[in-house]
Design a protein around this ligand. Structure first.
Ligand SMILES: Cc1cc2nc3c(=O)[nH]c(=O)nc-3n(C[C@H](O)[C@H](O)[C@H](O)COP(=O)(O)OP(=O)(O)OC[C@H]3O[C@@H](n4cnc5c(N)ncnc54)[C@H](O)[C@@H]3O)c2cc1C
Length: 464
């Protein structure tokens, strides 16, 4: 065993039962459940993150909402809906145990146009069918909204008391801390560049050995790869000749920080019903963050990479993305007039602060664009496109005998990360993958306070 600078212990033979690519909330939570299951033996599981620290991308750059599952069609977004339902309770319990911020602060979803009212009724139906109770999700006529939130203008709304706020960056770091105490190895600042699988057959037994070539020069050997690389997950899957029927498009969600003068404008976060729900363009919300900051956002500006936070980064990826899109289903979307119209309006709201703030002004008429002077932290969603050029609604979990790939893991991905991770981990535990090449030392983990989660029961509940 040899230590690396952050006190973490790696195996000298670079051999692990499971290698997880990507230290966002999902990969970290899978590392937690797997290492918890293999403790006290350590070094069965390794988590590899390309950045110097974990949760640098979507898992820190989001709205921080623990979404109640009323926005998700129980058929088309079944996995997300179930994960959000179960995730609420798990996050609440975990945050309370670890003294992390978690506020059940509720949300108001409003319709500002006639067709939005039908959509609100649909949300009610979906919410109840996804497990919310009548007293947790209520339809409000215009007058009732006015009474609840006098500064909000709309035709009707629904109030959900079971929505909450947290800080997912802090949650992810805490989960990793626990995973490490359970014996998980962690390699940061190292990108997985190439993955090669080979079947080693020694007569009686046949076993897959996968080699991950990483940017620090190391070659990691493993029985099983978990691809939770967020916006990069599809490229890793394609590198292993998996999910080749899918491509992706990236959308930068930008925020503006509201000034102090708007602190008492509402008690609740306010979302408005999207005009075109089949596209990944939600109208910007009025957000109350867990630390009390008020923000407007996110929009959804098309960009060329999952890391295109700045103009220069975006331009750098222009040519490769155009080249990639020309060969995949993503090119069909460029002939979709509705999509192009929406994309250009999102672009306008990126360039013009007034255009962006005016979208929230539709339901909060008191706000003035000139009062907003500071941008918030933008995050990038990567949406999966199928061969017909259609956006895929749910998350896609694609497996072969030596890997699992989590694609299209967008909102409410942070809310649902713990139950989805429990489900993925449980499958590997049942397959006995943790026991295959595990000769690690024992770790001391008695100081880890851990909720009494039953991964088998969670896995069953989510897969029903
Ligand atoms: C603007 C925005 C708002 C959102 N709001 C919410 C919300 O309010 N509530 C909610 O529940 N969800 C929300 N989401 C969604 C949620 O944030 C994501 O679903 C979730 O964070 C995804 O987690 P992840 O671990 O899959 O990905 P990520 O956090 O992106 O992590 C993937 C990691 O993989 C690493 N990686 C990539 N390639 C490699 C490689 N080759 N080698 C090594 N490492 C690699 C990356 O550096 C990254 O750290 C929002 C997302 C965005 C963008």
């Amino acid at each position: 065993m040899r230590p690396i600078p952050n006190g973490n212990v790696l195996r000298s033979d670079n051999r692990y039962s499971v290698a997880i690519i990507g230290g966002g909330i999902l990969g970290t939570a899978i590392a937690y459940f797997l290492s918890r299951a293999s403790a006290p033996r350590m070094n069965s599981v390794v988590l590899i993150e390309q950045e110097q620290t974990i949760a640098m991308h979507a898992s820190s750059r989001n709205t921080g909402k623990v979404h109640a599952p009323f926005l998700y069609n129980p058929v088309e977004k079944k996995l997300f809906a179930k994960a959000a339902f179960l995730g609420f309770k798990m996050l609440k319990e975990y945050c309370s145990l670890k003294s992390l911020p978690f506020k059940q602060d509720g949300v108001l979803e409003v319709a500002t146009h006639d067709s939005g009212i039908d959509r609100l009724h649909k949300y009610l139906e979906w919410g109840y069918s996804n497990g919310l109770k009548k007293d947790e999700l209520q339809y409000l006529e215009k007058a009732a909204v006015q009474k609840l939130e006098p500064n909000v203008r709309c035709l009707a709304g629904i109030y959900c008391s079971k929505d909450a706020s947290t800080n997912y960056g802090l949650v992810t770091r805490q989960i990793l801390d626990d995973a490490r105490k359970f014996g998980c190895s962690v390699i940061v600042g190292s990108k997985v560049e190439k993955i090669l699988a080979r079947n080693s057959n020694d007569g009686d037994t046949s076993q897959n050995v996968v080699t991950l070539h990483i940017s620090n020069g190391m070659n990691i050997k493993t029985d099983y790869v978990v691809n939770t690389a967020g916006g990069n997950a599809i490229d890793i899957a394609h590198g292993m000749k998996i999910a080749t029927q899918y491509s992706d498009l990236h959308f930068r969600g930008e925020y503006w920080l509201a000034p102090e003068e708007y602190r008492d404008l509402t008690k609740l976060s306010i979302y408005s019903v999207p005009k075109y729900p089949q596209y990944p363009f939600l109208d910007p919300h009025w957000i109350i963050r867990v630390d009390g900051r008020r923000e407007i956002g996110p929009n959804a500006v098309p960009v060329f990479s999952p890391y295109a936070y700045s103009l220069s980064a975006n331009i750098r990826f222009l040519i490769p993305k155009i080249f990639e899109s020309s060969r995949t289903g993503a090119r069909r979307i460029l002939f979709d007039r509705q999509f192009l119209q929406l994309a250009s309006s999102e672009l306008k709201s990126s360039i013009s602060k007034t255009a962006m703030i005016n979208r929230a002004k539709e339901f909060l008429p008191q706000i003035r664009p000139s009062s907003f002077i500071q941008r918030g932290t933008a995050g990038i969603r990567s949406s999966l496109i199928d061969v017909r050029g259609k956006f895929v609604s749910d998350t896609k979990i694609i497996k072969n005998e030596y890997s699992v790939h989590v694609l299209n893991y967008n909102s409410p991905g942070a809310t649902g990360a713990l139950p989805i991770a429990a489900m993925i981990a449980q499958e590997l535990i049942v397959q006995g993958i943790l026991d295959r090449s595990n000769q690690g030392n024992n770790c001391k983990y008695t100081d880890v306070k851990s909720p009494n989660w039953d991964t088998a029961a969670l896995s069953e509940e989510i897969s029903q």
